[in-house]
Ligand binder design. Structure first.
Ligand SMILES: NC(=O)c1ccc[n+]([C@@H]2O[C@H](COP(=O)([O-])OP(=O)(O)OC[C@H]3O[C@@H](n4cnc5c(N)ncnc54)[C@H](OP(=O)(O)O)[C@@H]3O)[C@@H](O)[C@H]2O)c1
Length: 327
């Protein structure tokens, strides 16, 4: 099976490529890595050119402008990269009968939920920042390209509609709080920040009122590849995160305990953190009942424990000044 992966140099893209390289169904030549400058979100002609050149049967679209603060400062550019560019890719792929797996985010939800439950795939999106708005625009553009029933006003049908029973498949896989190689992720940033706080003799300030499900890129990649390999129909919206939920401060404590870094943590409200984008306070996703083609991911605590040796190597290879402040 010929599978192309966009954003192949990114956190998830490289994990998907690694998982596909191990899969029995990708053949001896392995998956196709589409990265810049070949595949550029700013080049609307790139999808047709690449489809003609490589003729994949399935595309995993991980590429996106993921700088949420950059998206907040330049919302029109965010819409072009995360919305219109997805539409161009999906139009080209759907017309050529190619399946598409689109990676999306919890940030299409407003995060104002207070009942302790995660957002399910059939719940109504309501983004509160430019990044979430642009990612939802991408979902809707892809849904239209694949002939899903999309309600113009977004109501009363929650989500970007229902897939048709035949034709090429679109899967929308939403995830949250991704971390993993090559690092520069929350665990790495918090470790560096903790070292700086310890050196300064200060407590480490971490946001306490934002909750989510930290998700290991390797686990998500394995689940996506298993879903492809299952041969079952992929179409639909899937929520895929490691199990459980934790606040940013709780996640920080778990990372620092795993690295044996001892520093007091001062929990602060997210509103005290100056930044361009406003993250949803409740970033928890629930898998829902169907479709059942994506296996549930293990608990986030077990996944983090597996990441720690890699994280230690990354920390040893990168000075503390190389990362920006975490939240
Ligand atoms: N990170 C999270 O916490 C999170 C949470 C939920 C959902 N997601 C979604 O998961 C997916 C993967 O995220 P990630 O964490 O792997 O992101 P990432 O590490 O930032 O990787 C993004 C990839 O997109 C590529 N890209 C960015 N701008 C591009 C452009 N103009 N043209 C072509 N390629 C471009 C990057 O290419 P270069 O390598 O050349 O820069 C990189 O390979 C995204 O769709 C994201 O929206 C992420």
């Amino acid at each position: 099976m010929r599978i192309a992966v966009t954003g192949s140099g990114g956190r998830l893209g490289r994990a998907v490529l690694a998982a596909l390289a191990e899969a029995p169904f990708t053949g001896i030549s392995g998956p196709l890595a589409w990265h810049r400058p070949d595949y550029d979100l700013d080049d609307p002609a790139a999808p047709v050119r690449l489809l003609d050149r490589d003729r994949p049967e399935l595309i995993v679209h991980t590429a996106a402008w993921t700088d949420v603060d950059g998206c907040a400062r330049e919302p029109a550019l965010a819409l072009r990269r995360n919305g219109e560019a997805v539409g161009a890719l999906a139009d080209a792929a759907a017309s050529a009968g190619i399946d598409l797996i689109l990676i999306s985010t919890n940030e299409i939800f407003d995060g104002r939920r207070t009942d302790g439950r995660g957002y399910r795939p059939d719940e109504r999106p309501n983004p509160i920042n430019a990044y979430g708005t642009s990612k939802l625009a991408g979902e809707v553009a892809a849904a239209r390209a694949y002939g899903w029933a999309v309600d113009e006003a977004g109501e009363p049908t929650p989500g970007p509609g229902r897939p048709p029973p035949t034709g090429p498949s679109l899967s929308i896989v939403r995830t949250a709080w991704l971390y993993g190689p090559p690092g520069n992720d929350f665990p790495e940033k918090i470790a560096h920040a903790a070292e700086r706080s310890r050196a300064a003799g200060e407590a480490l300030r971490v946001v306490g009122d934002e909750t989510g499900s930290p998700t290991f890129s390797a686990d998500l990649a394995d689940a996506i590849v298993e879903m492809i390999g299952s041969g079952e129909r992929l179409a639909g919206i899937h929520h895929a995160v490691n199990g459980g939920a934790i606040s940013r401060a709780g996640w920080a404590r778990a990372v620092l305990a795993g690295l044996a870094i001892d520093v007091p943590i001062d929990e602060v409200p997210g509103s005290t953190w100056q930044r361009a984008s406003s993250p949803p306070a409740w970033a928890v996703l629930e898998a829902g009942q169907s479709p059942a083609t994506l296996e549930p991911l293990r608990a986030w605590t077990a996944a983090l424990a597996d990441y720690l040796p890699t994280l230690r190597r990354q920390l040893a290879g990168r000075p503390a000044t190389a990362t920006s402040a975490p939240r």
